[in-house]
Design a protein around this ligand. Structure first.
Ligand code: SF4
Ligand code: SF4
Length: 449
């Protein structure tokens, strides 16, 4: 770690892109400052402390600093290693502040109970297992500080999903890693993906014993739990011999993509983790780059196009976990541009972070809102009917931003796949004509990885 820390030249380039630094102008909020402190600890001039833990927690792990760093310092990895060290030293390893714990300790106010009714009920009913990262995201402050609380689905997606008989036994085997956000909060996204692929004659393999990807545990420094959760998913998915594994949430996706690095020091699991990571693909990218879904959307019957009606203006937000974590910016835009009746508008500063950052939103809520405020200004100027984005964390953040700015009812927020599914749901393409479409041909070719 010390050698890697030495590579930082203190040039300050990371200051120009760090959303936290740009909201506070504190040196210890930018990667340069954090790395300098970590180096002091490594060289023995400073000690690990709760204060250092607090400083390391003031990072969204968005990766923007690593992206611009000319010295190729792996900033997020080093910050993460610092968090892990502190967690393992039990200096910051206190049990997470979950709602269930708050209930047990009687610390929830009546206001919180009213505001968080649906969610609280769901948590109390243990609809969300303790192993889900959502427990880390919903502490007491989630109910007392926010304007909006997402309703938990009464029936999680995985409980309701019933696989169809395979429509396309000869095509590639496509698995679906659902993730906690799409399973418990936004099952409409997961349903949309299943229906879109169903429309083009593909069947998804959706193992019901999959679990949390482990990202919330990982970013809080709890690598042991993150590995345990990852091992379970790897065993489930690798036993199915899939050609591709799709995700609909950028955060889960970026974590799956980096699975091999989680097992860098564990040869017994590294290769199988790498195999799963290589099969992973964001669902929007899969639809655009591998199935040619744009061709399908263009071939929709005229009834499926909203002839004569005003187009729905949608502004796409790049989640950091897609833009930086997976280097995906164009596929979602191409997908949206192909949907009949949609007009894609660009807000200024397209790569700006929304400030959610998973655990960051929980532990630094006012700062998270300050970062969101800047992003909301961009969107308000673009005047979209909907903000669309491919990360469940960003969706929660924008719902809050819309409410805070009094825009509820004027601007909505959803995942692009929900709009795609809405466009193709009423349209039937005859089986014979379907066979000529690139999407059908792609499904009958090799997996095309
Ligand atoms: S982390 Fe990279 S960009 Fe930031 S100060 Fe160090 S060398 Fe410069
Ligand atoms: S990962 Fe993002 S929030 Fe953290 S120091 Fe780098 S730019 Fe700032």
């Amino acid at each position: 770690m010390e050698t890697d820390l030495n590579r930082c030249k203190r040039c300050g380039q990371c200051m120009s892109v760090c959303p936290v630094y740009q909201a506070t102008f504190r040196e210890d909020d930018v990667a340069r400052g954090k790395l300098a402190l970590l180096e002091s600890v490594e060289t023995g001039t400073m000690r690990w402390s709760d204060r250092l833990g607090e400083i390391l927690s003031r990072c969204l792990l968005c990766g923007a600093c690593a992206q611009v760093c000319a010295s190729r310092v792996e900033t997020t990895l080093l910050i993460q290693l610092g968090r892990r060290r502190l967690f393992e030293d039990q200096k910051r390893g206190e049990p997470q502040n979950s709602v269930l714990r708050s209930v047990r300790e009687g610390r929830l106010s009546a206001r919180a109970l009213l505001k968080g009714g649906a969610l609280l009920q769901a948590l109390a009913c243990k609809k969300i297992p303790e192993t889900s990262g959502l427990h880390l995201r919903f502490p007491l402050s989630f109910f007392t500080e926010r304007n909006t609380v997402p309703p938990i689905a009464w029936t999680p997606f995985l409980d309701a999903f019933r696989p169809e008989p395979a429509a396309n036994a000869e095509g590639p085997r496509i698995g679906f890693f659902v993730g906690c956000g799409a399973n418990y909060l936004f099952p409409d996204i997961a349903r949309a993906l299943v229906r879109i692929l169903g429309r083009v004659g593909a069947t998804l393999v959706v193992p019901e014993d999959q679990g949390c990807c482990g990202l919330p545990a990982y970013v809080s420094g709890d690598t042991k739990t993150a590995r345990k959760l990852a091992k379970k998913n790897i065993k489930v998915f690798e036993s199915l011999e899939l050609d591709a594994i799709l995700t609909v949430c950028a955060s889960c996706g970026s974590h799956l993509k980096a699975l091999a690095s989680l097992f860098a020091d564990d040869p017994s699991f590294h290769d199988v983790a790498d195999s799963m990571a290589r099969k992973h693909m964001d669902a929007m990218t899969f639809l655009v780059n591998h199935l040619g879904i744009e061709g399908y959307l263009k071939a929709l019957e005229p009834t499926g196009r909203q002839n004569g009606t005003k187009p729905l203006r949608v502004a796409y937000h790049d989640p950091c976990h897609l833009r930086i974590g997976q280097e995906i910016t164009q596929a979602p835009r191409k997908l949206l541009q192909a949907v009949p009746g949609l007009q894609l508008v660009e807000a200024s500063h397209p790569g700006q972070c929304c400030g959610h950052g998973g655990d960051f939103n929980r532990s630094h809520f006012p700062l998270s809102m300050k970062i969101l405020e800047r992003r909301m200004e961009d969107f308000e100027k673009a005047q979209p009917d909907k903000i669309v984005t491919g990360c469940t964390g960003c969706l929660l953040q924008f719902a809050e931003g819309i409410s805070r700015r009094g825009l509820a009812g004027k601007i909505g927020v959803c995942h692009p796949l929900v709009l795609v599914e809405k466009a193709i749901a009423p349209c039937l393409i005859p089986a014979q004509r379907r066979k000529d479409l690139p999407v059908f041909q792609a499904l009958h070719a090799d997996a095309g990885q």
